[in-house]
Design a protein. Sequence first.
Length: 243
Amino acid sequence: MANEQTTVPLFVAAEVLTAADMNLSAGTGVPVFANTTTRDAGFGGAGEKVLAEGQLCYLSDSNIVQYYSGASWATVGPASAGALTFIKSQTIGTTVTSVNVTSAFSATYDRYLITLSGGTCTTNRALNMTLGSTTTGYYSSYMYVSYASSTVVGNASSNASSFLDAGVVTSNGLTGRIELNNPFNAVRTEFINFGAGLATNQQPIIGGGFVDNATSYTDFTLTMASTGTMTGGTIRVYGYANS
């Protein structure tokens, strides 16, 4: 985009201001960045403004306005309790087995919704979820009812290395709807998932669990449960407004 920039400059006494310098600020009103990566790199470096409470920015990849609270970035949006606010989206790469989503959680929200859509996979597989670098202490279970039977079928894990079946990847695309309670807060994080199964007779899958620690997380990783690769698709993260 024409308005995108990579730095928020800070001028010093006796410095000559060029037309380009002035147009950068005057042309946008607020800094415009391509994404959260260039946003974070635009403050605090040599010749750049120090990030402070009240700073605004616009992200062109997600078409949102954000403000800095003094502790983290938050999206300008509804203030009513429970309202969903878009935080970020991330496109999955080509022939990958996992994807790490950074800067997903902050002090702004206690509850989050994560959705999976699009893309494709070389073989039908479940996606497991880890939080931060934690690879132990995950407790989860899920169940489904087959179209061909009324028998409830399920699976569970105790003190595992990840949450089971957080989503699904198939040749027809990704699917998944995950809710997390308190991933950023230094308390036990709760996990809930709703989605489709690997086979047409496994519908729907409903599960949940928790990770047994009091760790604060800002990111998560989705990993294929076994062999195969995925290409494309989008992971979107939303926050439930606290008030």
